[in-house]
Write a protein that binds this ligand. Structure first.
Ligand code: NAD
Length: 553
């Protein structure tokens, strides 16, 4: 039975043992589509996160996808183009059930304005990354990613602990909303600024923010008290980051860590310029996009200049993947890229071993399935500190949103081993239902994004988008259940291409075969991508694991 969803009453959380489709593979994808809406920011408009990231092009497209998933056979493949179903082809039962291409615009045309025009004409939609591919699991994925970044900074700069450290950041939206919890879990005192009081209230309601300060002065004294006591705390503040960050600079306060997750990537539908009310911004989104873009960029310039000053004064400052440096540079901040991107600064050594954001969702809706798999992870990988530490913290601190799910940064071999073991638990009836496996698109071989994932690659291959395309084709030929190629839309148009995958462990031998091929080849390709770029860790991982890397110089 679906469960009621207090946050979005019209979008119940899927679950139960009753199938509406002809098999669990189809039912799984249907539930994942329903799930991204149940945990999304604005499901009535099909928006899952990041201002424009949609689950389907429009409601007619959504309903048609849902209808086809319920009626299609296992030897058919549903073709989705930018959120709209366009074909149901006869393939075979080892082919993907769904393949998608979302928002891929030919190079010279891939600009925000051209995208908005296509969107207006109803010809395209942006799938974000995991939104349009029905793989988003609420804030948990990004909580873990952000937590991991904070912990890598703790190791690099602060002797392994963030107790008594002050993190300043902004943005409490679909993704950024994870920051306060991740900061608190990492032991820090974290202050998060957001212009929208509703977003702030929402994060307090679900317990990610401990308190909301009425003004900056109070916020800073609350942070100061927590820092003195080495107490972990998360504080929210309603305000514009382009005003608050410069004020903190003027006060001479230097946080230990500074970042930002406002939706700076989109100057029209994302970022809110300083001095403007939300009503004014909503009006200009319809009637004055040019004016709004100019105002947003001018504010981002101040915002990033303040971040650069804090960096000069000793703070660890990083870009968390929202294109804020790119926007600032286009606004004239020549040294915006002195701020490093989190992937290169902290995560690349993990990606070299294909260690990245793997995730699984309990399709029955039973939380006990996730608890059993948590135990399984601890049993299978007792020496993997990153994973065992996270699983222990997550089961205590991370509330489930939508279908119960878990994320963990597992690498090559580990992911396949876990998924095969889970498939056996499904077969033996130890779990209440099948489990879907997926991963973020920000994963080793899966994304070309020269301002995020592939910035400063050792061999200069930052902008080569062959890798995600090869990734998706490999996954199709490796029997994955859903395969997708996404490119950036809105403010991200022209900035990135990525591949996504979902595989359903339904407890059958066929599922074991799909898992073995698709998951193993996915991580193999991740190692190959970094080995090809000349990273020693990846070359070592390739020879250790015999991933099929052909080294031809
Ligand atoms: P969102 O649109 O749901 O939320 C953005 C939030 O920023 C909103 O709450 C908005 O009120 C706030 N905001 C906008 N302008 C502001 C300003 N000037 N001052 C203070 N608050 C302001 O977006 P999201 O899903 O949370 O994503 C945020 C950004 O992070 C996006 O650019 C997204 O693409 C990026 N992102 C990066 C990664 C990654 O690679 N690490 C992962 C996820 C999201």
């Amino acid at each position: 039975m679906p469960k009621p969803n207090p946050r979005h009453p019209n979008f119940p959380i899927p679950g139960g043992s009753e199938l509406r489709a002809k098999g669990w593979r189809q039912e799984a994808l249907l539930r994942l589509l329903e799930n991204v809406l149940s945990v999304g920011e604005d499901p009535e408009n099909l928006i899952v996160y990041a201002a424009l990231g949609k689950a389907a092009r429009n409601w007619a497209a959504h309903d048609a996808i849902s209808r086809v998933l319920k009626t299609m056979d296992e030897d058919q493949t549903l073709i989705i183009q930018s959120g709209k179903p366009v074909g149901l082809l006869k393939t075979h039962d080892r082919a993907p059930l769904v393949i998608m291409a979302n928002c891929n615009i030919v190079g010279q045309w891939a600009k925000a304005e051209y995208y908005y025009d296509l969107q207006e004409k109803g010809l395209i939609c942006w799938g974000g990354l995991t939104a349009g591919a029905w793989q988003y699991i609420g804030s948990q994925g990004v909580i873990q990613g952000t937590y991991e970044i904070f912990m890598r900074i703790a190791e690099k700069r602060f002797g392994g602990s963030l107790a008594g450290r002050f993190i300043l950041t902004a943005g409490l939206g679909g993704m950024g909303g994870a920051q306060p919890l991740a900061g608190r879990m990492a032991g820090a005192a974290i202050l998060v600024v957001d212009i929208d009081p509703e977003r702030v209230a929402k994060r307090q309601e679900i317990g990610f923010l401990d308190e909301v300060a009425p003004d900056l002065e109070t916020a800073l004294s609350m942070i100061d008290a927590a820092v003195q006591e080495k107490r972990a705390v998360s504080i929210g503040l309603v305000g514009n980051a382009a005003e608050i960050y410069p004020q903190i600079v003027r006060l001479g306060i230097v946080p230990d860590i500074v970042s930002d997750q406002t939706s700076a990537h989109d100057l029209v539908y994302g970022y809110v310029p300083k001095g403007m009310s939300l009503e004014e911004v909503h009006r200009l989104r319809k009637e004055g996009q040019g004016e709004l873009m100019a105002a947003s960029r001018a504010s981002i310039v101040d915002h990033v200049r303040a971040m650069l000053t804090l960096q000069e004064r000793g703070a660890e400052v990083f870009d968390n993947g929202n294109l804020i440096r790119t926007q600032a540079k286009q606004g004239g901040v020549e040294n915006a890229f002195d701020i490093p991107i989190f992937t290169e600064a902290y995560l690349r050594p993990l990606f070299c071993k294909a260690i990245g954001p793997f995730r699984w969702m309990a399709l029955s809706g039973a939380e006990s399935d996730i608890a059993r798999i948590d135990d399984l992870v601890l049993e299978l990988f007792p020496d993997n500190f990153i994973v065992t530490n996270w699983i222990r913290l997550a089961r205590e601190n991370v509330p489930f949103e939508g279908l119960p799910a878990r994320i963990a940064w597992l690498g090559h071999g580990e992911r396949t081993q876990l998924a095969l073991s889970v498939n056996e638990l499904v077969a033996s009836g130890e779990l209440a239902g099948p489990i879907a496996f997926s991963r973020d698109h920000l994963d080793a071989g899966a994304m070309a994004h020269p301002n995020i994932m592939t910035e400063n690659m050792k061999d200069g291959s930052d902008a080569i988008a062959d890798w995600p395309l090869i990734n998706a084709m490999t996954l199709c030929s490796s029997m994955a259940d859903l395969v997708v190629i996404h490119s950036g839309g809105g403010g991200y148009a022209g900035y990135m291409t990525s591949a996504g995958v979902t595989i359903v462990a339904e407890g059958t031998e066929a599922a074991a075969e799909r898992i073995s091929h698709a998951i193993t080849n996915d991580t193999s390709l991740g190692i190959i991508r970094y080995a090809d770029a000349g990273y020693d860790e990846a070359i070592a991982a390739a020879s250790l694991n015999a991933v099929g890397h052909l080294s031809v110089g």
